[in-house]
Design a protein. Structure first.
Length: 206
């Protein structure tokens, strides 16, 4: 019997994940059955179960992969020298991630899938652990970015780096949520808004 190449195995796994992601984005996790996934990807139950024992395993794989895509994009941008300021970094990376058609999904559909994944972590311990791991790694990476800002002399030292990093993560999450809910959230709007907030001066106290 001919051996199946790793490329074939990887392509089949990709086919299943992308098809399942389309189903989940369209109908939600709980509104999608394994039969829906099988129909979407055009494979037999045996072919799909060879890679994933059940729907929860597919959801976990999509969660891990999706969070890794977002986290990796920010980590790569954070390694730039000199580091981009928060307004430029968030606009550039989020615009790129949402326009990248992850899982073959359009940007608003992908954003909606991310929001569903966040929601699902509230009830699924395994997904919650994946989210917590990714969030922790991103906070560490962005804390390092904050230190790079300080070394470049563009950020004061009186605010803990972790606080700045968490605020940047929250801004990214808000951008994705707005895209999911309303669509057409342009990166330049985020960049301009953040630049405006960053330029504010504290009021003088007489």
């Amino acid at each position: 019997m001919a051996r199946v190449s790793q490329e074939h195995l990887d392509a089949r796994r990709r086919q299943i994940l992308d098809g399942a992601a389309r189903c989940f984005a369209r109908n939600g996790f709980h509104g999608t059955s394994m039969q829906d996934v099988l129909k979407e990807v055009g494979l037999s139950a045996g072919a799909v179960y060879r890679y994933f024992p059940g729907k929860e395993d597919i959801i976990a794989a999509i969660t891990q992969e999706t969070f890794a895509v977002i986290r990796g994009a920010f980590e790569e941008a954070a390694r730039a020298t000199p580091p981009p300021t928060p307004d430029e970094l968030l606009s550039r990376v989020l615009g790129g991630v949402l326009a990248g058609q992850v899982h073959g999904l359009e940007r608003r559909t992908f954003a909606a899938l991310v929001v569903q994944l966040w929601s699902e972590t509230l009830r699924d311990e395994r997904l919650a652990e994946l989210l917590d791991e990714g969030y922790t790694i991103m906070r560490v990476a962005w804390t390092g970015l904050v230190e790079a800002y300080r070394s470049a002399g563009i950020l004061a030292s009186d605010v803990p780096g972790d606080h700045v990093a968490r605020t940047m993560v929250a801004t990214a999450q808000g951008f994705i949520l707005q895209e999911a809910l309303f669509g057409d959230v342009r990166p330049e709007v985020l960049e301009n808004g953040l630049r405006g907030l960053m330029s504010m001066n504290p009021p003088k106290i007489s």
